[in-house]
Design a protein around this ligand. Sequence first.
Ligand SMILES: O=P(O)(O)OC[C@H]1O[C@](O)(CO)[C@@H](O)[C@@H]1O
Length: 533
Amino acid sequence: MQKTELWYRFASCLCTAPEIGISLDISRMRFDDRFFEQMEPAMQKAFAAMADLEKGAIANPDEQRMVGHYWLRNPALAPSNDLRNEIEKTISQVEEFAKKIHSGTITPPGGNLFKNVLVVGIGGSALGPQFVADALASPNDKMRSYFLDNTDPDGMDRVFAELGNQLKQTLVIVISKSGSTKETRNGMLETQAAYERAGLDFSRHAVAVTGEGSELDRLAGSQGWLERFPMWDWVGGRTSVTSAVGLLPAALQGIDIRALLEGAKVCDESTRRPVTMQNQAALMALMWHYATNGRGEKDMVMLPYKDRLLLFSRYLQQLIMESLGKELDLDGKQASQGLTVYGNKGSTDQHAYVQQLREGVANFFVTFIEVLQDRESSSMQVEKGITSGDFLFGFLQGTRTALYEKGRESMTLTVERIDSRTIGALIALFERCVGLYASLININAYHQPGVEAGKKAAGVVIALQLEVVDLLERRRQLLTADEIAAMLGRPEEAETLFTILRHLAANQDRGVEAIRGTKPTEWQFRIRAAAQP
Ligand SMILES: O=P(O)(O)OC[C@H]1O[C@](O)(CO)[C@@H](O)[C@@H]1O
């Protein structure tokens, strides 16, 4: 298409939503004129399913649960007064708690103010809060945010070292909807131990966000933690950022959570309208369908041209891939669905993988995010009449054009600026898009059976570790993985046993010694002499 033709396509395809300050350009997607007409019946079905979901239907049939994240920013929509009150009460609880922490009504033992927030959580209990914290951080923040989002001991040590002797002024928020996620439990135990080593009373520094009656809830209650905030079964982890999960860390950091909720609410209103061509979430969902044939045949590369949005693609990875990546469809038929998401930020990525995007395998489409406001203050000129922000803009436009010339498709979301309202709106936009797209492809977006399988398998490995160490302690001789497997009556587990023992032997404090062989079958293991009684 020639430039003038493209200009007209751009002008006719641009979907603006001034109420949320977002516009969506789909002109660089090469759908044909009949595409929307063909998809309209399916889109209307998706709107109807979404309307039912918002009214409280069991939209997650596997778990027999309602799906209520849209009520979190508009509690009046909740299907009962009890739920509405719960949501409103929790938002007030978050605000009041943050106020007490900031004003020093609640202080750490020994006085002084809490200066830092350490969030311990994983998946939906970390990615949203991390994204919001990073996107909206400012030098005037009331508290500084840190995260433990893994069970990596070295990763935890790095955070503890960074906090150093500030632990005494650090408030810990342990977030887990289920209250039994092992990574989070481990992070909490290691944090508790760090406080004990520093002679501090962890319970006077800790709060929990979790489901009522969960393991974490009971622990926090029995140890008298500072406060507990609820998580509900009708909010999914990956759509929980507008619940206490995201609001509490944000409020403590000093972020305007009312503006964030307002941005999400207004975006919900805009994307609730069942008018496809005026609905950005519906248009994006249709573009995903068009680009991937509704089967995830292409990946989505997220390219926000703004450092503050660096973590957006990580956040979206869970939101999109945990929601859509399913083996079976809603009718129980084999579907192997999904949409792969990756990306960091432009123009940085231009100097990394954009080479392949332009010239290599054409297995993707791009979603650019353009932020119109360069910075809060005015800019210097880096060349006559040109600022750094002009270059950032130029690189975005240049990459979009260069990709299009090579037949690579893209969409562009343009926002005015990055503030709480915009972040709330962007979150809501993608949440809605995922929900609509899931309907288009007949997928339950609100369960995650595959993840449960991985968790169970890890449990098996941990149990096997206890068995093998027990055996080595009893046998006190050099043994190969095959010999151990045979002795345990589990010959099929030789490989797992080998990897368990290799890991233990690499960590001096675990008391296992390895005599290396050329091949894994030749390695021998025993309890270290020093560790023998
Ligand atoms: O909040 P929880 O229960 O600790 O779960 C953390 C994450 O684990 C998962 O269940 C599986 O990864 C996610 O859906 C969830 O966000």
